[in-house]
Design a protein around this ligand. Structure first.
Ligand code: GLA
Length: 683
């Protein structure tokens, strides 16, 4: 449900500072004695910090007991920040309920799938559906809003923190009650629910709403539609909580924009952020680099998707790290250049704010080994120097503030429902990874130097010449119609194994796979051919498939077989197909080719669709290109971000434009982009 019409960016304190990018961090002054605060603000000014997120985990400090509040310290910090010219993205402070609350009301604690109650002692130990939690949390929100409504430093509201990070799935009795209400709204009648859930199977028919439970630990595989609906419900329950906080803030401070930090990143999947985006005034995201060969591509993919969740408008990078995190098995520090490159990759995809977790590295607590802007070593440190350099670079990039991401000609569709459903249990293969398949296509685009947008599935497809829909498993009739219309209108659709298989209730489309997309693709599959971990198949185009194969029959004479299996049970049969229509096409890739195998296949498909790289040949694959410009800012200019994806210098002499900004030393005298360097050109 859309609840706002006009997106709003930060309301900077007076006097309005003009176009600029926001730069800062989470600031947790309650961890330090007050004599450190003035020093903090001095160092923030040195680094170019102009905004901090404050009070995120301050509930216990602000409200030490049920009946007492202590705002003195927060007033002082707000005043100090304002006097120092630093704006405040003020948290509602509800993320971590204090011990007095969980002791008095243990019924707010979440319950896991096995029925175990989650203990307090860390953070986010609350049920989104608990009326008792809501009562206490919303009272705090109201108190915060009333207290700081007129504070000149207040520039945005930060609702809670990373909603769902630890509490997305709660199986408590509160959740069960709320789940039933949600199901009644969705299905109207028990008959409707029984039909949708296919309860004729295994004697699961419900005769009373009270019989329905969350998918708690069961003897065997729980009902798949129950699982899917519980995922939908859980995302909605947190969204509903977000709205409850937001509505209080809106009523008291209508001029202050509101956000909450999403986690578009890696395998974090419980929250359907494309569906949440309209609830906030501007989208904010947290991202941490995940180690591995596709680390940088994953960063770019997440930033790209966030930019498109924000519909191309500027968004706020609320958290990332200056160097190592503390929550991986082994936490590796960033190498020289990576701090700026990682931050600027987000800016390249539309972020107008670059903020970190956190300002000053903690001396105590679970995150004391997590990097920060001001590390344990103090201001005399490489990290602080790199932070300060980035602050200066962002200052030079001020002209891009307010500009939008320029759409590409190609898109990758991203669908939370297909993500959730394609990886359910009791499937042909438990090895399928939805996001990995999407990321492999993204890496192939990067390797070819072709810009691509990672688009939420409901986004309009107009203007895209090529749309790749990897593992688009759930295809309701309306989506099938949209995709047909897209191809009829001249679009080139590409999809993969395990796509088009089920409808919105996770019921199989009958008559042969890929059900909903069978006619569009002009193929028919009778049985899936998942591969064992030890198996791979060769294709006659020189690529290798793993994970999956399909025994494809071609059913339409306009289908061209682009590649066949050369080895395995399906040797000689089609592996990659393309059905051309009058002006468009629909292609199918039936196995997992991975980044390297997708590269030549994608190159051929892009070529046939007339989409080519905007980069000089020598730079393709070695740099990532993004383009910002137009819309609310940027005087009509176009800005090219060129990001070195490699650990080698790259010759930029063929890239024109005036240098707008780049970290010091990123580009050498011979127009050589250093390893991990970034440059921004006005064109
Ligand atoms: C999340 C949280 C922060 C902090 C960081 C550490 O993003 O929001 O409070 O725990 O992780 O990486």
């Amino acid at each position: 449900m859309v609840s706002r019409t006009t997106p709003r960016w930060l309301r900077w304190p007076d006097p309005e500072p003009g176009a600029r990018l926001a730069f800062g961090a989470d600031y947790n002054p309650e961890q330090w004695s007050p004599d450190v605060w003035a020093e903090d603000i001095q160092a923030m000014r040195t680094a170019g910090v102009n905004i901090v997120s404050l009070a995120i985990f301050s509930w216990a400090r602000i409200q030490p007991t049920a009946d007492t509040y202590d705002f003195g310290w927060l007033d002082e910090v707000m005043d100090l920040l304002h006097a120092g010219g630093i704006a405040v993205d003020l948290a509602t402070a509800t993320a971590s309920p204090p011990p007095w609350l969980t002791t008095a009301h243990p019924e707010i604690l979440p319950v896991d799938v096995n029925g175990a109650t989650i203990s307090p002692g860390a953070r986010q130990h609350w049920r989104p559906t608990s009326p008792v939690f809501r009562e206490h949390a919303l009272r705090l929100v109201q108190t915060m809003a009333q207290r700081y409504a007129d504070h000149p430093a207040l520039t945005a509201w930060h609702i809670s923190n990373e909603l769902g990070c630890h509490n997305i799935y709660d199986f408590s009795d509160d959740a069960a009650r709320a789940f039933r209400i949600w199901l009644r709204e969705r299905y109207g009648s028990l008959d409707g629910l029984n039909a949708a859930w296919g309860t004729a199977f295994w004697s699961q028919r419900y005769s009373d709403w009270e019989q329905i439970l969350p998918p708690r630990l069961a003897a065997s595989h729980p009902n798949p539609t129950q699982q899917l609906d519980f995922k939908r419900f859980s995302s909605d329950a947190l969204k509903d909580y977000l709205r409850a906080e937001r509505d209080i803030l809106r009523a008291i401070t209508p001029d202050i924009p509101i956000t909450t930090n999403f986690m578009v990143m890696g395998e974090t999947r419980g929250m359907d952020y494309a569906d949440w985006a309209d609830e906030v005034d501007f989208v904010a995201n947290d991202h941490y680099v995940l180690p591995g060969p596709q680390a940088l591509d994953e960063l770019s993919f997440s930033a790209n998707l966030t930019g498109n969740i924000a519909q191309g408008r500027p968004w706020f990078l609320m958290e990332h790290s200056t160097s190592a995190v503390n929550w991986q098995p082994i936490n590796v520090a960033k190498r020289p250049g990576e701090l700026a490159r990682d931050s600027l990759t987000h800016v390249a995809h539309g972020a107008d704010a670059v903020c970190y977790f956190q300002w000053r590295q903690s001396a105590a607590g679970a995150e004391k080994y997590h990097s920060a802007m001001l590390p344990h070593a103090g201001t005399e440190s490489e990290v602080f120097r790199a932070v300060t350099d980035l602050g200066a670079t962002l200052g030079r990039l001020a002209p891009i503030a307010g500009t939008h991401r320029r759409p590409a000609r190609a898109a990758i569709l991203f669908d939370w429902t297909s993500w959730w459903t394609s990886e359910h249990d009791s499937h042909p293969s438990s090895r399928l990874r939805y996001r990995q398949e999407a990321l492999d296509w993204y890496s192939a685009f990067l390797d070819l130097g072709v810009r691509v947008d990672v688009l939420p599935v409901a986004a309009p497809l107009d203007g895209y010449d090529v749309v790749v829909a990897p593992v688009l498993h759930v295809v309701p009739a309306a989506l099938a119609q949209r995709l047909n219309a897209y191809v009829d209108g001249g679009g080139h659709l590409v999809t993969t194994y395990f796509s088009g298989i089920v409808d919105e209730n996770d019921h199989v489309w009958l008559g042969g796979y890929p059900g909903a997309l069978r006619d569009l693709l002009g193929i028919r599959i009778e049985e899936f051919g998942p591969l064992l971990d030890t198996e791979e198949v060769e294709l006659d185009n020189g690529t290798t498939g793993t994970l999956w194969t399909d025994r494809i029959d071609v059913t339409d004479d306009r289908v061209e077989v682009l590649a066949r299996y050369r080895t395995g049970n399906l040797a000689g049969r089609p592996a990659v197909t393309r059905r051309a229509t009058d002006t468009g096409s629909a292609s199918y890739v039936s196995t997992r080719l991975g980044q390297a195998g997708l590269r030549p296949v994608l190159a051929g498909l892009l070529d046939a669709a007339g989409v080519s790289s905007e980069l000089p040949e020598a730079l393709r694959g070695r740099v990532e290109l993004t383009v910002r410009g137009g819309s609310d800012g940027g005087d009509g200019a176009e800005f090219w971000f060129v990001i070195n994806r490699t650990d080698e210098p790259v010759d930029l002499s063929e890239v024109g434009g005036d240098v707008l900004g780049e970290p010091d030393g990123a580009v050498g005298p011979q127009s050589v982009l250093a390893a991990r360097g970034v440059t921004v050109r006005r064109r």
